[in-house]
Design a protein around this ligand. Structure first.
Ligand code: KIV
Length: 273
């Protein structure tokens, strides 16, 4: 039996997440992009389901998160929302839907909220997207920040390596994290940064800090579902723990089906009318 602390809640809200941070209960977060997997993720007791723009990689097969559109994110988000009863559902604002100006950011957010029924949005960046965050929050929509390795900036970074290893970038990250909290974000994600830096940010911030490749001393963890289930084979960063090797399991099952069809073992007498 698990000894982990757990708040017994029927519906996770941003207030519940804040209470979890205050009582030292770790927050679980995982991505989902479709109805069937989102239902399993929710049923397993996940606190936050992220409809990440990583859908661009794992659902659509692009190399980066840049191509996914607002319409496509809304399609994924509404599929997830139809499945979820307990978790807080956060949806990524895709590249190009919020950086231009704060009005555009609000319009994109309103489309996500109205057309999918999501509970909150996430966007990447600090000071650069301040005006967009202020405007979205003023419409009553909870915002999750995202700092460190922000994949929408891959063309600026040039590589998916660990961020903020040098002092100037680390200092800017801490400043941006404090700014996001001051603006009113309900939580932030820190991606692929040194564990000591993430621990420092988590200590300084009152709001929850969720890490991916950011060590253990943060308030929660997030992974991409295709990576942790081993559906996606080509991605093996050090921070990833694979809980299943689903690629091989699914391949074996489908191979068995192919064999059964070829050998006329399927369907049998009980599997027909
Ligand atoms: O899009 C995504 O899946 C994300 C997580 C990696 C945090 O932003």
């Amino acid at each position: 039996m698990s000894t982990a602390r757990r708040m017994n809640v029927n519906k996770v809200t941003t207030h519940v997440l804040q209470a979890m941070k205050e009582r030292g209960e770790k927050i679980s977060m995982l991505t989902a992009y479709d109805f069937s997997l989102a239902k399993i993720v929710d049923d397993a007791g996940m606190d936050i389901i992220l409809v990440g723009d990583s859908a661009s990689n794992v659902m659509a097969g692009y190399d980066t998160t840049l191509p996914i559109t607002l319409d496509q994110m809304i399609y994924h988000a509404s599929s997830v929302i139809r499945a979820v009863k307990r978790a807080l559902v956060v949806v990524d604002l895709p590249f190009g839907s919020y950086q231009g100006n704060s009005k555009e950011a609000l319009q994109s957010t309103i489309r996500i909220m109205k057309e999918s029924g999501a509970h909150a949005v996430k966007l990447e960046g600090g000071e650069e997207v301040k005006e967009s965050i202020i405007r979205i929050l003023s419409a009553g929509v909870p915002v999750m920040g995202h700092l460190g390795l922000t994949p929408q900036s891959i063309n600026k970074f040039g590589t998916y390596t660990v961020r903020a290893t040098e002092e100037p970038e680390a200092k800017k990250l801490i400043k941006d994290a404090l700014l996001l909290e001051e603006l009113g974000c309900f939580a932030i994600v820190l991606e692929k940064i040194p564990a000591a830096l993430a621990a420092e940010v988590s200590k300084q911030l009152k709001i929850p800090v969720i890490g991916i490749g950011a060590g253990a001393a943060v308030d929660g963890q997030v992974l991409v579902i295709h990576d942790m289930l081993g559906i996606n084979q080509g991605f093996s960063p050090r921070f990833l723990r694979r809980y299943l090797n689903l690629y091989e399991e699914i391949k074996a099952a489908i191979g068995n089906y192919v064999e059964d069809v070829k050998a006329e073992n399927f369907p049998n007498e009980n599997e027909q009318y």
